[in-house]
Design a protein around this ligand. Sequence first.
Ligand SMILES: C[S@@+](CC[C@H](N)C(=O)[O-])C[C@H]1O[C@@H](n2cnc3c(N)ncnc32)[C@H](O)[C@@H]1O
Length: 286
Amino acid sequence: MNTAELLQSDAYESTDRLSKRNFDRLAHIIQDYSGIRMPASKTTMLEGRLRRRVRATGHASLEEYCRFLFDHDGIEAEFLHLIDVVTTNKTDFFREPAHFAYMRETILPQIAARGSRGIRAWSSACSIGAEPYTLAMLLDEFADQTGIDYRILATDLSTDVLATALKGIYASDMVDPVPRPLADKYVMRPQDPRDRRVRMSPRLRARIGFARFNLMSESYRIGDPMDLIFCRNVLIYFDKATQGKVLRKLADCLAPGGHLFVGHSETVSGFNLPLKQVAGTILMKE
Ligand SMILES: C[S@@+](CC[C@H](N)C(=O)[O-])C[C@H]1O[C@@H](n2cnc3c(N)ncnc32)[C@H](O)[C@@H]1O
């Protein structure tokens, strides 16, 4: 890491600190709105990430930035940026590949056997889009084989990640996990060999609707029931009570026989959901 990178990183220990009062105010606002837990142990992480906003807004310190937020009504203007910096957006194409193998080998054949005419899928914390594009590649292949059409809804709380997802442009090494035949079909390489970016094919992009959606919303108005819902690697940031509420609302959005996928490190036991566990972290609505 060079000096500039070190200064920008979350790990950089600066003397510029948040007072406990301001940390508590911010933590309360963030958790209340996004569900993301902000215990005192996250102070250094929050300070590191907020320093980006301190610099971007031209303030001299975290405390000055907080005065702008709380004493000069800056909170409204800063709110979405605040949410963008506190969310953790790590993702990959074909992340947790066992989910996609189960979908392809078990769920899609069941859907075909039922004589379904269309599939509705929701990537509910989609980050920069690797998850919905992965889904789209598999559902598009399936559509080619069976004629069963599909639509994907891809949502996230962060506007930053949604902007990237919508463009569908990635550093070329990000698509390394995509199996070769799918990459050949759905990943567009630039003409210029010096350009290290790739683009998702317009055919996939046309099947995905991107929108901002907060899983903390009181009611989930997302249209017709879903056959597949991916809610992976986001529940871990919520407390138990919030996880239960989110899972119940997601279950309500599933069609009978529909499947919910949560992250491999997320547990869904003890919530008394109308869902049956069919494999590790895959649940089915009965
Ligand atoms: C670690 S990423 C997971 C991305 C993808 N699901 C995966 O497993 O690769 C977590 C995502 O959840 C989003 N997120 C956090 N809180 C959320 C909320 N309340 N509603 C919707 N999305 C949220 C973040 O913005 C982030 O993009």
